[in-house]
Ligand binder design. Sequence first.
Ligand code: 13P
Ligand code: MG
Length: 357
Amino acid sequence: MSYDGAESKKITLSAYKADLGGFVGNTSIHPDLLEIARERLLGFKEEGRVRDFHVMRCGDDMELLMTHYKGCASADIEEMVMNVLSACATRSSELKLYGSLHNLLRGDFSGNVSGLGFGLAEMEFAERESEPVLVFMADKALSGLWNLPLYKIFADPFNTPGLVMEDIMMDGFSFSVFDRKTRETQVFKAPEQLYRLLALIGDSSRYQVSEVRRSRDGELAAVVSTERRQDKTAGSVQSHARGEDPVVLIRCQKGLPAVGEVLEAFTFPYLVEGWMRGAHIGPIMPVPFYEANPTRFDGPPRVISSGFQLSKGLLIGPHDMFDDPAFDQPRREASLVSGYMRRHGPFKPHRLIDQNQ
Ligand code: 13P
Ligand code: MG
């Protein structure tokens, strides 16, 4: 495929997230898996099947970030992803890494990603004159964890002064909210329906913000990954019926929240569901890439942020956004809160009991 005149086409940003087996236990990813993914994707890039790619990881989760002009839900992209994951799964099995997805792949692999259950966040948009995008990845956290920061970023002027300073943002943002119980999605406009929005998304176990758009013109601002996990290996708990370790893609600047306004929401190490066995509550810790290795009680939950400038579909980056001493204090606070929560042992509210209700 030729990319001449690529800038006039809409770009698609696809972020696939998968857990192909932890190293060691649920802590991190073996470097061989990252290497295999990079090699395969480089081959696809050279064949012109993807415009660009980047392989990332947070804890035991790998993310394949790709740009292309094939739109959302492209069968060709899905086929490439399955090819990459199968190769990683084979190596994971050889190394007997602590399993999840590779056990499914090893058995009856039919080549259809949607049945396998891992995360996918995709957005298609016309690339602006300058297109800064932040990709957030979490580990040891269940779906719904992005509700609080997305609210702060797109609806709270105390976090995002741009909401009251930039004309195009003054009509606010529209939040798509997915109800896990009814499987329905409702759209709420902030600030008009702010209290209705908060009434739901405050219950982040049940309601998940799935997408945010600028209200005035419908411009896509943020997309959260959805997960369709079928099963998990023995030893894990029922929490895995919930989507886990999700990803969110956020476009920034010029009519959208600034990069610093987006990051500001993570200065509060708020409590999330996940952590040990996916069955505890703990604070989320914003860390640089090299610190995304949750060990204490398999945690505490982590979030990393990779910053990219898109240039004609090329991913210029990543910049490690939380590699900043300004986040030392939230990290310390997360450590303190971890100790406090741990002292509850098997008691609520540290322990999640009915997390699938
Ligand atoms: P992951 O969801 O990151 O695989 O962790 C599962 C777990 O059981 C941690 O203790
Ligand atoms: Mg994980």
